[in-house]
Design a protein around this ligand. Structure first.
Ligand code: NAD
Length: 297
């Protein structure tokens, strides 16, 4: 097994989609990886990934690919974690390091701890980068440039594995930060998972106002398009994220409902002054956020 602190000999990517494909492209581009084996279900997607030079070989069989892996990246939807880690555990070499890209981290850790004989070599990660597209074809090497990648190591995490996974994500040009998994899931519930649910809900609410004669979407313009862009994301992926972070997400739905209830009350009482204050506070917070972080979005 060839592995140093600064590069990976054999990388196995389970799930060669937008994220897995983009990591493989970025690491090849950076010269951080020797060969890449892709594992997935769709032959068409894997053939395309090989044609595009994202992976060097592919197989449908996790155990076959992982047998001589130096690093394994799990980049499948959260709902597939249990099956994937159970398979991985059967063949993972003792020294191999595992990381992932999943959007919720407590679930990733609990699945890894359930299946891996040595879960200290699993270093959970979540790149805060993406698009509403799926599949290898949609992947690109620059996806992670200057974007955060949040690692959520546990107190049992192996230091050498953490250093290698940090170096790997840095080689994708991510800005790597660490926090605990619960904090991660709570923050992401509010700034990522809630907005996706709100976008799905808004489109459904508008859709249901239509009838045979009237299509409300025909009057929608740029504002509606901006607000609802993420409602074009993969329904399966978002089902899995929502279910795997359901407690934090429920609390955030309560917070949004309370905000909407307050706005409704202001409307009903015709309280323009309060509405103005509420809109102005939101505008201020968003403008400040863009000023501080807009460059890297
Ligand atoms: P994607 O749909 O583009 O790719 C997922 C790939 O996993 C597909 O090729 C699919 O065939 C494969 N797959 C599914 N089940 C499998 C299984 N049992 N075994 C092997 N392969 C399987 O999705 P993506 O956007 O690349 O998301 C991958 C992971 O990254 C998800 O956990 C998601 O939550 C997370 N993530 C996504 C984004 C984003 O914006 N898209 C951002 C950060 C993290």
């Amino acid at each position: 097994m060839s592995r140093s602190n600064e590069s990976i000999g054999h990388l196995v990517v389970i799930g060669v989609g937008l994220i897995g494909g983009s990591v493989a492209r970025a690491l090849k581009h950076a010269g951080f990886v020797g060969r890449v084996t892709g594992v997935g279900r769709s032959r068409e997607n894997l053939d395309r990934a090989r044609e595009l030079g994202i992976i060097d070989h592919w197989t449908h069989d996790i155990a076959e690919a992982a047998g001589d892996a130096d690093m394994v990246l799990v980049a499948v939807p959260m709902g597939a974690y249990d099956r994937v880690f159970a398979e991985l555990a059967k063949a993972l070499p003792e020294k191999a390091v595992v990381t992932d890209a999943g959007s919720t981290k407590q679930h990733a850790i609990s699945v890894a701890e359930k299946h891996l004989s040595d879960s200290s070599r699993f270093i959970p990660a979540h790149p805060i980068a993406g698009t509403e597209q799926s599949g290898a074809e949609a992947s690109f090497a620059e996806l992670f440039e200057d974007r955060l990648c949040i690692l959520t190591p546990t107190e049992n995490s192996d230091a050498e594995s953490l250093a290698l996974v940090t170096a790997m994500w840095e080689a994708t040009k991510s800005r790597v930060v660490s926090m605990n998994a619960k904090q991660h899931d709570d923050f992401l519930a509010s700034v990522s998972h809630l907005p996706h649910l709100a976008a799905f809900a808004l489109v459904n609410a508008v859709r249901q106002q239509g009838d045979d004669e009237h299509d409300p979407f025909q009057f929608a313009a740029g504002g509606f398009r901006d607000f609802t862009r993420i409602a074009s994301s993969s329904p399966e992926m978002w089902r899995d994220i929502a279910i795997s972070n359901r407690d934090a997400l429920s609390a955030n739905i309560d917070a949004l409902q309370a905000e909407l209830a307050e706005l409704k009350q202001m409307l009903e009482s015709g309280d323009g002054e309060k509405l103005l204050q509420s809109f102005a506070a939101a505008k201020r917070a968003r403008d400040e956020w863009l000023e501080k972080h807009g460059e890297s979005l």
